[in-house]
Write a protein that binds this ligand. Structure first.
Ligand code: ATP
Ligand code: MG
Length: 424
């Protein structure tokens, strides 16, 4: 049986995650490898040190390859950073051919027409995402191929980024020995792993709060209405804690994960936590409420910025399915409630499907909170990249073969436990 390999590479500010999937001719998907490596060559989602990034990519890929028992030569690579901008654009063409039946070439021409937008010489277009097609004035068409018409229009969502930032990301991957199948906007990938089709149809906003960026993507009537990457995330919370509680950043990171909470009035006045002093020599007792009082304004700022993005899209009733949070920093206690208070939307935390029990075996203790399991929410982008790759690779022939997140990850997480015990 012929199988093809699809690799997702999430190059985050705090961790790099490589995921290798095997896809059979019948489109059965099996995740066969995962590799994680700490990332320290990025700032706010942007590559600032190619050597360090290359090194970390190599390490993550090698771990994934060892698990998979095979080498990979290309990957779908995630991108974020505040340089990413999005714009909605319209294209229109006359349908060619005597039959007036819409062909692939007509669809490509209308998408090209929509691409004629202001792009500075420093920018490149990353995605042209069709929101709907309009045939002879009739809107709401998702797949116009084979339909009859004279005038074909398209509404698109176009995502562009600064060329040098894209190139530095691509360079890091190439130097690690892989070619790049496609550079994919991270929230677009995460949305594939975390959101249901029903939520996208109703209208929903996904917020991926990572270490260096908070990525926002809004769906309305099944299509992308807005995307944005905000240059703030969990690392800023840790830095605030380091300054506020006078402790090293590495200690602040641990305290945040172990004891952090985002609604300070919920925290008992008598709750105490032990904190390393800035010198790193002695430990002091501080109130947990104080910790929460440092975290709350920064997380509040993040949700206020998200609210501003939503205000750009339109009235709040455009997203009746509410807000879905994912990414590592979404796991802080009570973050759903703070997000809901600020944005006035119902909020849930979203993650790819999961088999529990990884906390004893994952190698990075910083990600382990009390006796909890390893957070699934940090895998949303990597799982989404694999799904994006499977659904968009040339070998895929029909949209009927599309896999949803549940099918991909049920397999992934059921295997993960064995892999982690073997390799971490
Ligand atoms: N259990 C937890 N509770 C609170 N915060 C957590 C938890 N686990 C991870 N984090 C925080 O989540 C952040 C990392 O999240 P994630 O792995 O999604 O980011 P990333 O993908 O590396 O970064 P980015 O997407 O911003 O480039 C860090 O700030 C970390 O402190
Ligand atoms: Mg991320």
């Amino acid at each position: 049986m012929k199988r093809r390999i699809v690799t997702g590479l999430d190059i985050g500010t705090t961790k790099i995650c490589a995921l290798i999937a095997e896809v059979s001719e019948e489109d059965n998907i099996e995740i066969v490898g995962i590799g994680l490596a700490p990332s320290n060559g990025l700032r706010k989602g942007i590559v600032v040190d190619i050597d360090k990034t290359t090194h970390a990519i190599k390490s993550a890929i090698q771990k994934a390859e060892r698990m998979a028992g095979q080498k990979v030569d290309s990957a779908y690579v995630g991108i974020a950073g505040a340089h990413i901008k999005s714009i909605n654009s319209h294209g229109v063409v006359a349908v060619t051919g005597e039959e007036k039946e819409i062909k692939e070439s007509d669809i490509n021409r209308v998408l090209d027409a929509a691409k004629i937008i202001p792009v500075s010489s420093e920018e490149d277009i990353l995605h042209v995402l069709p929101r709907e097609f309009i045939i002879d004035g009739s809107p709401g068409i998702q797949d116009p191929l084979g339909m009859s018409g004279i005038r074909l229009e398209v509404e698109t969502h176009i995502i562009k980024g600064v060329s040098t930032s894209i190139q530095n990301l691509v360079k890091s991957v190439l130097r690690a020995g892989l070619s790049v199948e496609e550079v994919v906007l991270e929230p677009l990938a995460s949305s594939q792993a975390v959101l249901s089709e029903d939520e996208k149809e109703l209208g929903v906003v996904l917020v991926d709060i990572g270490g260096g960026t908070t990525d926002v993507i809004v769906f309305h009537e099944g299509s992308i209405a807005h995307t944005s990457v905000l240059p703030v995330g969990g690392n800023h919370v840790s830095n605030d804690i380091a300054v506020g509680l006078r402790t090293p950043v590495s200690e602040a990171e641990k305290i945040k994960i172990m004891h952090g909470s985002v609604i300070s009035e919920r925290v008992d006045d008598n709750d105490k936590i032990e904190v390393l002093s800035a010198s790193g020599r002695e430990r002091k007792m501080l109130s947990r409420k104080m910790l929460s009082q440092v975290i709350e304004p920064r997380m509040g700022e993040i949700f206020s910025l998200v609210k501003k993005e939503l205000d750009k899209v339109g009235p709040r009733d455009l997203t009746p399915a509410g807000m879905v949070l994912t990414g590592g920093a979404s796991l802080l206690e009570d973050s759903e409630e703070l997000a809901s208070n600020i944005t006035e939307l119902p909020v849930r935390v979203g993650e790819p499907d999961y088999v529990s029990g990884l906390s004893n075996i994952i190698d990075n203790p910083v990600y382990i909170k009390k006796g909890d399991t390893v957070p699934r929410a940090i895998f949303s982008t990597a799982v989404g990249l694999v799904e994006y790759g499977i659904n968009n690779s040339d070998a895929k022939t029909s949209s009927a073969g599309k896999k949803n997140s549940k099918e991909v990850v049920s397999n992934f997480f059921s295997k993960l436990k064995d892999w982690f015990s073997e390799f971490f």
